[in-house]
Design a protein around this ligand. Structure first.
Ligand code: SF4
Length: 284
């Protein structure tokens, strides 16, 4: 089970995305998958390159659209384990609508946001995760907008699995991704993944000083949605670990008639070869 390939990532030395790549590779191996069983779909941004750096089926899609592609894949082939990944700009700006609806749809997909609180690929502009007052080339006098809180958004959108980790904690991140893959439903995982080149505020040291593990909160109960929301708000969204999991609601696929029994890609084509060629010709 070798999820590493020979492609050298085109990320800056020290970028948090390296750990996310390693965590996905380890989690996939730990869950007993083979490379052919896994599909990694990504959006656009530095983090979007990740689909090319894992030995599995991969698709580097378009900006903010990793989730529609991932859901289509899952609908067509329910036997695939599908991971979607992208940056905070990808999933929480242009892709926000897809993120919210994928969450409430609850398909069996693991979605990882690599949250560096800036646009790295375009060389350092304010992202939806940048704090109020954050100075970049696009906001030289400081951002006038509040940062979007991803976990609170996920919880209020009906998420059944909400977790957060940090690139410095590979072990925790690997465990969380593994749990996300096993979860019967949509797993929303936000990872603090520092951009060492353009974000000089939200650095590794800054995250280390500010994050709080749910394991350090007395009597924390990850099945309690109200507790998850209130502890998140108390800690300014900086909690790490599995914040919330609802094991009682099953994934979308289980509610689609016939889907469970026979995946679309296994069903016999009900068109003649001629009809099929005609249909395909329309798209040429
Ligand atoms: Fe990573 Fe930032 Fe470099 Fe992009 S610009 S590869 S996010 S460190």
């Amino acid at each position: 089970k070798e999820f590493r390939n020979k492609i050298k990532p085109n990320w800056c030395p020290g970028c948090g995305d390296f750990s996310v790549q390693a965590a996905i590779q380890r989690a996939a191996a730990n869950t007993g998958l083979e490379p052919d069983d896994l599909a990694v779909v990504s959006g656009i941004g530095c983090s979007g390159r990740i689909s090319g750096y894992i030995n599995a089926n991969g698709l580097h899609g378009i900006h903010g659209r990793s989730l529609p592609i991932a859901q289509g894949l899952k609908m067509a082939n329910r036997e695939l384990t599908v991971i979607a990944a992208g940056g905070d700009g990808d999933g929480l700006a242009i892709g926000t609508g897809h993120t919210v609806h994928a969450i409430r749809r609850n398909m069996n997909i693991t979605y990882i946001i690599m949250d560096n609180q800036i646009y790295g690929l375009t060389k350092g502009q304010t992202s939806p995760r940048s704090a109020f007052g954050f100075k970049t080339k696009s906001t030289p006098e400081g951002s006038k907008e509040a940062a979007l809180p991803p976990l609170e958004l996920a919880l209020s959108s009906g998420a059944t699995f909400v977790a957060q980790s940090f690139s410095s904690n590979l072990k925790e991140m690997t465990n969380i991704i593994e749990e996300g893959i096993k979860h019967d439903g949509f797993s929303f995982i936000n990872v603090f993944s520092p951009c060492v080149t353009f974000n000089k505020i939200n650095t590794y040291d800054w995250f280390k000083e500010n994050i709080v593990s749910v394991e350090d909160i007395e009597n924390y109960d990850s099945s309690d949605r109200i507790m998850a929301m209130s502890k998140l708000m108390e800690n300014n969204g900086m909690l790490t670990g599995v914040i919330y999991q609802d094991k009682t609601r099953t994934s979308y696929e289980n509610h689609v008639p016939g889907f469970k029994e026979e995946a679309l890609n296994k069903q016999e084509l009900k068109l003649s070869e001629e009809e099929f060629n005609e249909l395909v010709a329309e798209f040429r």
